[in-house]
Design a protein around this ligand. Structure first.
Ligand code: TYM
Length: 347
């Protein structure tokens, strides 16, 4: 391809989303939500959706889904997303996501999707029985981003590959349908530096990502956990018998110790080395209560605000309705332009 590819010149825009799978955890906060809040301070328009369409790619209970969407929206706001500044909405309330996803399914190549590691992880051994939607999941994610022509996407490290796919889809769309113009931006992931919350690991296994879908609630610290629960989970967290070392290099072969030090560092905003400078030589009997105290201080205000918000579902619904209106208004001209570019019949 020639290097004279046109450059996108539209305004900066932010989009991100989370699955409404139970409550959110501290990995979701440190990896993404914290940066959603930071980015809304800038001049760019921000769109933060709850991706309920992604949630139905696996078995789900229809009676529970609306409550899960509300719960995720309440967690966004409790963590500091301001619904007066940023559009907070459910993905399914903006049908243009699905419409663009279909067009992108015709732009993306089968080989690109077959390389997606998250599908392999989620589908497990019995991929034949996975829904087709689980396979095309990252195409819908590309549509979530590009239906707003979002230029920046704050996410944790695990979403990096999906973001690369979104860029490939945008580039291919521009090449095939742009008519010499960069109609769509190539969205940039905004990922925290590693060691600053990009990838928080399970409290029970320092080699597995902290995840909402882990059957053990003790594997994660939720944003709605109370002080006793947080202290108990940290006390029970898997560790080794050695005291904390003096340098971060010595944590390399100690995934659980590295994770707890990383969590302390991300919560206090200091480097992992600075944590070790303070705590080297300490055993976990001393370090864990120090970490628990920091985590409780940090989560208590978010948990309190979450409890207040979730007690008033009608108010959350008003926020979601307003957010969907704003999102639809932003998506409408983009889907109209894309329809025209692919040559759809026009009434
Ligand atoms: P989801 O719902 O799994 O996670 C939501 C966000 O939290 C981040 N995250 C983590 N960060 C650090 N450590 C962890 N242990 C951890 N676990 C999760 C994720 O990276 C993510 O940023 N496919 C997406 C949702 C999505 C989306 C989008 C995101 C759908 N459409 C468009 C961005 C843009 C997902 O399943 O995230």
């Amino acid at each position: 391809m020639s290097d004279a590819m046109p450059v996108y010149t539209g305004p900066e825009r932010i989009l991100s989303g989370m699955q409404p799978t139970g409550g959110l955890h501290i990995g979701n906060y440190l990896g993404a939500l914290k940066h959603w809040v930071r980015l809304q301070e800038g001049a760019a328009d921000c769109f933060y959706c709850v991706v309920d369409m992604h949630a139905i790619t696996v078995a789900h209970d229809p009676a529970e889904l609306p409550g899960r969407v509300r719960s995720a929206a309440a967690a966004y706001i409790a963590a500091g997303v301001d619904p007066d500044r940023s559009a907070v909405f459910a993905q399914s309330a903006v049908p243009a996501h699905a419409e663009l996803a279909w067009i992108f399914q015709c732009v993306a190549r089968l080989g690109w999707l077959e390389r997606m590691t998250q599908f392999k992880d989620k589908a497990g051994k019995d991929a034949e029985r996975a829904s087709v939607g689980l396979f095309t999941y990252p195409v819908l994610q590309a549509a979530d981003i590009l239906i707003y022509k979002a230029t920046h996407v704050p996410v944790g490290e695990d979403q990096k590959q999906h973001l690369e796919l979104s860029r490939d889809i945008a580039a291919r769309f521009n090449r095939d349908f742009g008519g010499g113009e960069a109609v769509l931006p190539l969205p940039e992931p905004v990922i925290p530096p590693s060691g600053a919350g990009a990838r928080i690991m399970s409290l029970k296994d320092g080699t597995a990502k902290m995840s909402k879908s882990d059957p053990s609630d003790n594997s994660r610290i939720n944003l709605h956990d109370d002080a006793d629960t947080i202290a108990r989970k940290i006390k029970k967290a898997k560790t080794d018998a050695e005291p904390l070392p003096a340098t971060t290099a010595e944590l390399d072969a100690r995934p659980e110790a590295r994770n707890l030090v990383g969590l302390y560092a991300a919560l206090t905003g200091i480097s992992a080395q600075a944590v070790l400078d303070e705590h080297a030589g300490q055993g976990f009997g001393a370090f864990k209560p120090a970490l628990a105290e920091i985590a409780v201080q940090f989560i208590a205000p978010i948990a309190g605000e979450y409890a207040r918000l979730i007690a008033d579902p009608a108010e959350i619904d008003r926020v979601l309705t307003r957010g969907a209106e704003r999102a639809r208004a932003a998506a409408d001209p983009v889907i109209a332009q894309v329809r025209e570019r692919v040559g759809y019949w026009k009434a």
